[in-house]
Design a protein around this ligand. Structure first.
Ligand code: OVV
Length: 418
């Protein structure tokens, strides 16, 4: 008997789905698993390998194509009819597998269906609405920072990155007090579910029944307080923009995507300002930099690391041919640090020209809640800049592992008052 040969380190084997002809180049395969815990612990060397291997690579572990350079990620995001969302924004292809929950009617939809639902959420989360929320969000940020200064030492994740969004977003939605402890577990589930059927996804789905039941109930019109985002969505049934069946699903989108994302975005900003005190000093010297300091943290840490698309036809990306019905994994985080696009990409620089980063996506699906996220991030960083002299990391951090979200589970810090 012969000994089975070890798995080949196939850094240049053509993928089985790849058609090679005179006009196109081979697509190299990689054996990396970008949904493994050791990858999450330090994704940056693998991001570099993904970017430097080729404009398009094939990942053997999950049988998907992948793009990690800025230009290709941007191109895929901005061709939504070729790289569709209606077959799912995760690994699962809705044309082949039933989604774990009814599909989102905004994230997991293509034009023309997407256009109408997107218009509704755009208006619910518009600049005019932000103007109404601003003073309350700013007052809550100042109160939170005062409370933590009184404590001195605390966990920057639980006590700030989670506590601040939890103090403003559920009220802005118009949610009841009862059951709010389900919100972060539900969102963690949603973002794990975009990933492959690994333990993170399967265990989250196995525990999901109570979180799903909570969210389903809170999406109903009678459970949403007047004036909140939820009630505003339901009001669009009366104006005929959406049906009574669609309204709860759009509320569900905000409950899915509106809290854990800002938790990890704000967490990223605090973690950056704690690690780079000279940048915190620049922020303190000019509080008007708060909004860009938050935006740069979104670029730098990319709280949403990845999304998938599915090809609707054979297509060429940078001279590489991909067939119809293939999943394409977009590494937003790798694009946000591509040296082809960014000077000193691994530097957190609060005065960087951040525009064009893909931390909120790009194109027709670009984060519809981005103004809420930026409002929370700006007013919180402004409160820190005005009230805190020093942010010191005082203990070992713990990383939180999720198939899509990047962030921390715990970050012990001490604040020194200004
Ligand atoms: C962007 C995003 C993330 C998660 C869920 C949804 C959207 C949704 O529409 O449900």
């Amino acid at each position: 008997m012969t000994t089975p040969s070890p798995a080949q380190a196939s850094h240049s084997t053509p993928a089985p789905h790849t058609v090679i002809d005179d006009a196109t180049s081979a697509i190299p395969s990689l054996d990396v698993d970008p949904f493994a815990l050791d990858f999450f612990a330090d994704p940056y060397p693998t991001h570099e390998l993904l970017r430097e291997t080729a404009p398009v690579v094939y990942l053997n572990k999950w049988n998907v194509f992948a793009v990690a350079r800025y230009a290709e990620v941007y191109a895929v995001l901005n061709d939504p009819l070729t790289f569709c969302s209606s077959r799912g924004a995760g690994l699962s292809d809705f044309a082949k597998e039933k989604p774990w929950r009814p599909a989102s009617i905004i994230l997991e939809a293509d034009p023309p269906a997407h256009t109408r639902t997107r218009a509704v959420l755009s208006k619910v989360l518009s600049p005019a609405v932000m103007k109404q929320l601003r003073d309350g969000f700013a007052a809550a940020a100042e109160a939170k920072v005062d409370e933590l200064l009184a404590k001195g030492s605390f966990d920057a994740v639980a006590d700030l990155a989670e506590a601040y969004p939890l103090s403003v977003f559920p009220d802005a939605m118009g949610l009841q007090q009862e059951g709010r402890e389900n919100l972060l577990p539900y969102a963690g589930l949603v973002f794990n579910a975009f990933g492959p059927p690994n333990a993170l996804r399967e265990e989250a789905i196995a525990r999901s029944a109570p979180h799903q039941a909570y969210v389903a109930a809170q999406c109903q019109r009678e459970n949403l307080a007047p004036g909140g985002f939820g009630a505003c969505i339901h009001a669009r049934v009366d104006s005929g923009d959406i049906t009574a069946t669609e309204a709860p699903l759009l509320v569900r989108s905000l409950l899915s995507a509106g809290l854990d994302t800002t938790v990890n975005g704000i967490g990223a900003a605090i973690y950056c300002l704690a690690r780079y005190p000279e940048e915190f000093a620049r922020l303190r010297a000019d509080v008007s930099l708060a909004r860009n300091a938050f935006e740069e943290a979104v670029r730098y840490e990319s709280p949403v690391q990845t999304f998938f698309r599915t090809t609707t036809r054979e297509v060429e990306i940078s001279g590489r041919r991909i067939g119809e019905g293939e999943k394409v994994l977009m590494f937003l985080a790798a694009a946000n640090r591509d040296p082809r696009r960014w000077n000193a990409p691994d530097r957190y620089d609060i005065t960087r020209k951040t525009s064009g980063h893909v931390g909120f996506g790009s194109g027709i699906h670009m984060c519809v809640g981005q103004l809420v996220a930026r409002l929370e991030g700006e007013v919180l960083l402004a409160a820190l800049a005005r009230k805190v002299a020093r942010i010191e990391i005082t203990g070992p951090l713990k990383r939180r592992f999720n198939n899509t979200l990047r962030g921390l589970d715990s970050l012990p810090v001490t604040f020194t008052p200004a």
